[in-house]
Every structure is written in C-alpha cells, then in structure tokens.
Design a protein around this ligand. Structure first.
Ligand code: BMA
Length: 818
C-alpha cells in the first residue's frame, strides 16, 4: 500500500462562529476558504484589511473522514506526514489527540497507527488563535523579550514559530492567517522506514568528483535483508541492507564521477542537474544533484574582511534581490507564480536571491526552480527584527525546526549560505529594554544563535553559517549597517535616514545584502484595489496600502529634491518609479565598479505579497516596475557607467564574464535639442571578471552643472549593446525639451514589438500596457533616429494581440510629467 493523500476538501467550522460550515481546500488557508465561500470581502481591496481581522481572532476546526481497510492497517507503522501547519494546532483522530503542533516550520512525521481503525476514521485538526497563544507565552517569560513593534500589528509574534510578517510588516498586510500549506499524507511503513537522504561532494585535483549518498532509515521490525536501490544518472546500485536490528541506521554509497558536468550560477555557465533516486521497500526519494564546489571566502585584507561566494573556484559577483513570501494568502502560493517571479529575477540578470528571515522557509518548488535557473540562495533562518526567547523549550523547538529544514534543503545546488536571522543583532539596539541592559540581551541572543550554528554545522558541514544579516563577522555585535569594511551590510541611509542618492557613493560595501527605495505601484495595479475616487496618494485606500509610516512623505519629498513636481496622479505613480530606479541604479553601478572590493549586491526587495506601495521591483500583479527594467541593465554581465569624482567624469567598464570581452562604440555629448556636440570612440578589451576606466573628462573640460546637454555611451560586445547616460544637472534644472514621441505597434516572425522615435532626446521612456506581459526593455533614454540611424524596437513578451497592445499601451516620459 503506498501513501494516502489527505489533500482536497475538508469541512471548516469555528466554535466562535457556529453559522459557518464551509468547505476548505487543503493545502490551503482559512482566509482563502472564507473568501471562496463569500464569508469575507477580499482583504486586498480598499480598506477591507480592517474588516477581516476577526478571522485571525478565532479558533478554526477542520474535519474529514478517511476509510481504511485491514490491508493498510497491517503495516508496522502508519506515519502522519505533515508540514507547513500554521501554527498552534491539535490533531485528533477518532476523538483522541494524536499530535500537538506549534511550529509552522517543523516537518512532522509521526506514527499514528494505534489510533486508526478499519472502516471510517474521523480526523479533526483544531487551529487555535495564535494571538492569544503568543500573549500567553510572553506572560511566562522571565524577562520581557521585545517583539517587532512597528512592523507587527499583533504583539509577541516572536514567541511563536510562525511567519513573522503574517502579523503585518512595513510592506505587509496584517492577516494572521492559519491553515495547512502543504500536502498531508498517511504513509504505511513496512519493516523499514526510508527517512531521508543527504549527499556530499568531494572534488579531486583531476577534476573528478565523488558523490556520497547517505541514506537514513529505521528498522521497525527485524526481517530478512532489504534491498536499497540507489540510482544516479544512469548508474544503479542494489545494496543488501541487514534489517536484523530495530533502530535508526544509515548507509553510505560513494559514486565516482570521472568527468562531472558542473552546475553554475546564472550568467556563469549551465545549470546541469543529475537525477538521484533512492528506493527502499515501497518508498522512494528523488533529488536533482548539481555538482559544484561552493564556498564563502572571508579573507582578512588591508581594508577588513572580504565576502566572496566562489563557485567552482570562480569568484562570483552576486547580484539579486530579497525575497518575501509570495502572497499574504498562502493558498495563492502556486507553482506557476513561483516560476514566473524567479524567471523574472533571472531575466533581470540576477544570480542570487535572499530568502528573508521574516518570511518562511520556502516550498520545495522554490528551491527546485532556483536550481534549474541558476539562482544562488542566501537562506536566512526565520527570525527578523525582534529579539527572541532563549528558554530551554524555545531552543529545543528551534533546534528541531532547523534540523528539519537543513535536511530538507541542504542538498540543493543553489543553496549558498545559512544565515541565522535578519537584523536581530541590530535589533538589540532598538528597543528600550535591550538598550538599557545590552549585556543581558546579547547573551540571550547568543544562546539562540549558538544553537542555530550548532545544528547547521552538525547537519550540513558543507555550507557556512553566517550569524546574522547584516553582520561584520564572527562574534561581532557591532553596527553592520554602517561598517563597509567587512561582512555584509544593510545600507538604509538613503531611504530610512533621508540622505540624498549621493550617499550611495559614500560607502563601498563588501557585500550589500539590503538597500532599497520605495515607489508606488503603476496605475493598472492601483486599479485592482482602489476605486477611481481614491486615486490620490493621500486617500484612505492609498494610505492603507502604504505600511511604512513616513513612506508617502519620503517619496514626495524626494521628488522635490530631484524633479519638477508631477502634474497628475498617473505621473506621480510613474515618477515614483523613475525615482526608485534611479536610487538603486546609482548604488548598484557604483558598487559594481568597485567589484574587487564588493562581491554582492542584493537590493530590497524583489516582490510584493499583496498590492502595496513598497520597495519591490515587481508589483503584486507581476508587472515589472521601472526598477526591474533598470536592474536588467545594471546587473547585465557587462556594464558601462559614468562616475563623477572630485577631478573628472570617468567611464567605468565592468565585466563579470569568465572570458575576455571586446567592447567597441562611442560616447556622445548630446544637447537637449538632439545635436551631438562631442563624441569619443571607445575600443577596448576586458579580461575575465575585470573592471577598468575607459575614458575620462576633466571637470575643467565641461560644465559640471550643464543644463543644456548630457552624456550617452553606446557600446557593442559580440552579444549585446549596452547603453548608459549621465546628466550633469539635476533633472529639475535641465532645459529638457518637450519631445514628441512617435510609437507604433508592429509584428514580425518573433512576435509583437513597439517601434519608437522622437524629435529630441526623451528620458525614462516607459511602456505601460494595461494587460498582462512585459517588454524586453523600458524606462530608457530614447535618442532620435537622426543620431542612432534607426528607430528603436522594443519587444513585447506576452499574449496580447496587436490591436489590444496598441489600445492598452501608454508611453510615459519625464518631460511629460510637468
Ligand atoms: C529591512 C528588512 C525589512 C524591511 C525593510 C524595509 O531592513 O529587513 O525588515 O521591510 O528593511 O524597511
């Protein structure tokens, strides 16, 4: 008998709401079931968030029956296999409590055979109110442990092992969801139980690799030898396992691969994956193995300590963004949406994703896609922006959680790092209690952090454990927000501290794992949650969809520093995205130009979990913000960027390629009327992984605050054309012309495109289609064809027809906003 899935329709009721008795899909969540049954309005629309808070303030009961025959019951054990159960829950079978859960991140596997009977069995799962449980736990603590005040709207979430942003975040709706987000099953076990498999790789000087597959299994009843079958690539091994002794055992199979095809991060090579299958009795486990050598190099140098991920001995320039949960409603965590977002990350030339510690250890599909797409994963353990208890019970619970997760995820070739938490070292300095008694809270922190380190080191010696993000290094409890000499850095001086974009040039991080700037969503996304009467940045709906207290003021105030004030709601939305793109571009290009020093740039944040104003580069609806189009350019393997220092304006060229690259083209100085005033040719070769200064213009040779012209570079490599611009004066001071843009939708054998031309240069030319899909480029400087010799073609990637695209397209540009 094989696994029995308990997925599908369950019955949902609540002791506090006796009129509710509705179906609920498992995997799924309670809010989504209530929404489907029309018991609540959609929480993402208007100000509905407030009206649905009662759902998280109730207990919920899920029931179903299960018919079992005698044959199934003849197994030695019947394991209940359950994970992603959120959070405080009792599981009852035929009236008896068989399991009590209180950790959403555990992978429960528990023999319940003795509670089952032949015929009909009654299964009941009670999901208790998490807000009350959190408060009860906080009451029992011997000293107060500050929770994420300011982010969470429900107190004491730090006592619960649950996705911390469920209680709200500075980009997150507060829904306090509950439910079961992964398949539940019953697994009959005969004689032996296949527990889990782990692999390690040893690399030899001749380039060959030995893969060791360790199979962990239990013998439940003594029996004749059992056959363990290990299949790797096309080789198969049948191993006779002695099953005489009851207990837990392991078997190691060494497999020699003479000429391994290696796995590389995106942009550095292929993502070759070898299939591995292990079978014992009626159970099998599958993994896809990527053969690669990965290390995090932290070497002391003249400046401090480096932070470089090396894959197959090649230093990687990590480029990417931070990941938050895909949707505030867990039932919406669908495979297609994971694929779409991660493909969009790679399409913007990213090669690393950081799974942020206030969310969750992601579903398997996330890591499988990262393996397939070549996205390295910086994996935080799930602690963020609060202090956490270090009581024996809490530590035991966390130890089991981390063990489960490391076993589940440790073999993914994409996994690059285990990081203890997000900003918890820093949080010691935020709260009055911990500020007043720092030693006590540092010790408290370190007890938890040492526990995490010990489990990771025991379960996965092949990956580094990094205490916290940001962190200056081993047992360093200093301010990693401002120290750019060692470790990773969260640089928030611009957004949270109100410095200008120039401040990005005041630091050279070794690895910047967070920095961000907010924007508002585009009009088509705003339309999905706000009625036209609320299309105003200070309307109640718009303010409800902005969770960072000063957010809208910061965006608006920044407009006044750089731009002329926009003349309409649509243009405010558009300009906010120009501004965001400019901020992150400024930082990323500068840090890339200092690559030997800086080996990682992960901006905050890739995605949104509901439609909201935020730091994301992709909107909840999947629409690329202008930032994401810019990221595609500023993270491209080759980059040309102008940087101004005290003496000169310099063109820096950067290549992350493993091979030599030739670049050839020109730099132009162009007036706003569209005349080329000056030009310089560039013809150079970049060695693998090199940066160089290709051109320089002393300040004495041009007007540093020139309002009448700008610089533009166009370079060709054998594969791509790269472009970039430099504007000497602030945009609000320039004599930008009101250029006329002519555009037209056309099609050829590759699909639809938009051709564009203009009479004078147009800035931040952005294509917004109100249907689905995206473009291969947008938010660029458009030069007249009289300069470039051709009209610009932008490809549409989506399913619209030519007519739909032409009707639904808006073309924005900067001069049009005032
Ligand atoms: C960071 C993150 C998040 C937060 C973001 C924006 O430091 O770790 O907690 O959402 O800042 O404030």
């Amino acid at each position: 008998m094989s696994t029995l899935l308990l997925d599908g329709e369950w019955q949902l009721s609540s002791p506090q709401h006796t009129h509710i008795s509705i179906p609920c899909q498992i995997p799924g969540d309670i809010h989504s079931a209530l929404l489907k049954a029309e018991k609540i309005p959609h929480p993402y629309l208007g100000c509905n968030e407030t009206d649905v808070q009662w759902v998280g303030e109730s207990d919920w009961r899920l029931t179903r029956t299960l018919y079992l025959d005698n044959d199934t019951l003849s197994a030695q054990a019947i394991d209940l296999s359950l994970s992603f159960i959120d959070t405080t829950a009792d599981i009852r079978i035929n009236g008896e409590t068989v399991l009590q859960c209180s950790n959403m991140f555990r992978q429960y596997r528990y023999d319940i055979r003795r509670f089952l009977k032949a015929g009909e069995n009654h299964i009941e799962i009670v999901l208790f109110r998490n807000d009350l449980e959190a408060a009860k736990r906080a009451d029992k603590l011997l000293f107060p442990v500050p929770w994420a005040v300011g982010n969470n709207q429900v107190p004491h979430m730090n006592t619960l092992r649950k996705t911390q942003c469920h209680a709200g975040w500075d980009w997150g709706i507060c829904l306090l969801v509950s439910g079961i987000y992964q398949s539940i099953s019953l697994v009959p076990v005969y004689q032996t139980r296949l527990q889990h498999i782990r692999t390690t790789q040893q690399w030899h000087d001749d380039g060959s690799c030995v893969l060791t597959v360790t199979t962990h299994y239990d013998v439940l009843a003594p029996s004749t030898p059992q056959i363990l079958q290990v299949e790797f690539n096309q080789q198969s091994y049948d191993i006779e396992l002695s099953a005489e002794n009851i207990g837990t055992h392991q078997h190691q199979q060494r497999i020699h691969i003479a000429q391994p095809q290696r796995w590389w991060p995106a942009g550095y090579g292929e993502q070759y994956l070898y299939p591995l299958k292990v079978q014992l009795n009626n159970h099998s486990l599958f993994k896809k193995i990527g053969l690669r050598n990965l290390e995090l190099e932290t070497l002391k140098d003249d400046i401090g300590t480096s932070m470089t991920f090396k894959v197959n001995d090649v230093s990687i320039m990590a480029k990417g963004a931070n990941w938050i949960p895909l949707d505030a409603l867990p039932a919406e965590h669908t495979d297609n949406r994971y694929r779409q977002l991660l493909e969009d990350a790679v399409a913007a030339n990213m090669n690393m994703i950081r799974v942020w510690g206030g969310g969750m250890y992601e579903h398997d599909i996330f890591y499988e896609l990262c393996d397939e797409l070549g996205l390295l994963v910086w994996q935080d353990l799930m602690f963020a922006c609060a202090l956490y208890p270090s009581t024996p019970d809490f530590l035991l619970d966390v130890e089991a959680e981390v063990r489960d997760q490391v076993r589940r995820l440790g073999d993914h070739p994409s996994l690059a790092l285990w990081c203890g938490d997000n900003e918890v070292i820093g949080a010691i300095g935020w709260y009055p209690e911990s500020k007043a008694n720092r030693e006590k809270y540092v010790v408290n922190y370190d007890r938890l952090n040492r526990t995490l380190a010990a489990v990771v080191e025991q379960e996965d010696p092949t990956h580094r454990f990094w205490a916290s993000s940001p962190c200056n290094g081993e047992l360093d409890f200093g301010d990693a927000w401002h120290d750019d000499n060692c470790g990773d850095m969260h640089f928030w001086d611009v957004w949270h501290s109100g410095k200008s974009f120039d401040a990005y040039h005041n630091v050279k991080p070794r690895f910047c794992s967070e920095f961000g700037f907010q924007s508002w969503p585009s009009l088509p996304t705003v339309e999905t949650y706000a009625d036209a009467e609320d299309w105003n940045v200070t309307s109640p709906t718009f303010e409800q969809h902005q969770k960072n207290g000063r957010g809208n003021s910061i965006i608006t105030e920044m407009f006044t520093r750089y731009f002329r004030f926009p003349n309409s709601f649509e243009n405010m939305l558009y300009l906010s995205q120009v501004q965001q793109a400019l901020a992150i571009k400024t930082a990323s290009e500068y840090w890339r130009a200092y690559k030997a020093h800086c080996r990682g740039i992960l901006f905050w944040q890739l995605n949104d979990c509901w439609p909201v104003s935020s730091w994301s580069s992709i909107e909840y609806t999947g629409r690329w913000k202008q930032l994401h189009y810019h990221a595609k350019r500023f993270f491209a393997p080759q980059l040309a960027t102008f940087i101004k220092d005290e003496q000169a304006l310099t063109l820096h060229l950067v290549s992350d390629s493993r091979y030599e690259i030739e670049m050839e083209g020109r730099i132009m100085q162009i007036s706003w009327e569209g005349k080329v005033i000056n030009q310089w040719s560039v013809n150079t070769t970049l060695a693998a992984d090199q940066t160089l200064e290709a051109w320089q213009l002393a300040h004495t040779e041009y007007d540093e605050a020139d309002k009448y012209s700008f610089f533009h570079v166009v370079l060709n490599t054998s594969e791509e054309t790269i472009e970039n611009s430099y504007y000497p004066a602030l945009f609000k001071h320039t004599k930008l012309h009101q250029s006329q843009i002519k555009w037209q939708v056309g099609s050829d054998e590759q699909g639809l495109f938009v051709s564009l031309d203009c009479d004078t240069p147009a800035l931040f030319v952005h294509l917004e289609y109100n249907g689905s899909g995206r473009f291969d480029d947008s938010s660029f400087t458009l030069l007249p064809s009289s300069i470039t010799g051709k009209t610009r073609h932008v490809r549409y990637k989506g399913s619209a027809s030519e007519n739909e695209l032409a009707q639904g397209l808006t073309v924005y540009h900067l001069r049009d906003t005032y």
